[in-house]
Design a protein around this ligand. Structure first.
Ligand SMILES: C[S@@+](CC[C@H](N)C(=O)[O-])C[C@H]1O[C@@H](n2cnc3c(N)ncnc32)[C@H](O)[C@@H]1O
Length: 94
């Protein structure tokens, strides 16, 4: 039986795996994230510089809050939404 994408991240064990293995120290995903992060930071910094109004960040499907936690200092407000309570519980810790 296959698990739908929206069901895949519901269980605590899936959240633990995502946080500790998928994005654990030395993982492939972490290596890619280290390349993506400065690019996102530059995009947001440029975006904010060009605007007078407050910049709000909405992270749809925020998961464990990895991206939100990295970028929140660069915006005026940052919010995340996700359908997994357990993913959101991890995001709240950050
Ligand atoms: C692979 S994780 C990615 C989390 C985060 N964006 C990141 O890059 O670390 C996918 C996330 O999408 C969420 N998700 C799946 N379907 C969704 C939907 N229809 N609405 C909101 N979130 C959803 C899951 O609960 C899960 O937290």
């Amino acid at each position: 039986m296959t698990t739908s994408y929206s069901a895949r991240f519901q269980e605590v064990e899936a959240v633990r795996f995502y946080e500790s293995n998928e994005y654990g120290s030395g993982s492939y995903s972490t290596a890619i994230w280290q390349l993506q992060r400065p690019v996102l930071e530059r995009i947001l910094t440029d975006f904010r510089r060009e605007r007078k109004e407050p910049v709000r960040l909405l992270d749809f499907a925020c998961g464990t809050g990895r991206v939100l936690a990295s970028l929140e200092a660069l915006v005026d407000s940052a919010e995340g939404i996700d359908i997994s309570e357990n993913m959101v519980a991890m995001a709240r810790t950050k």
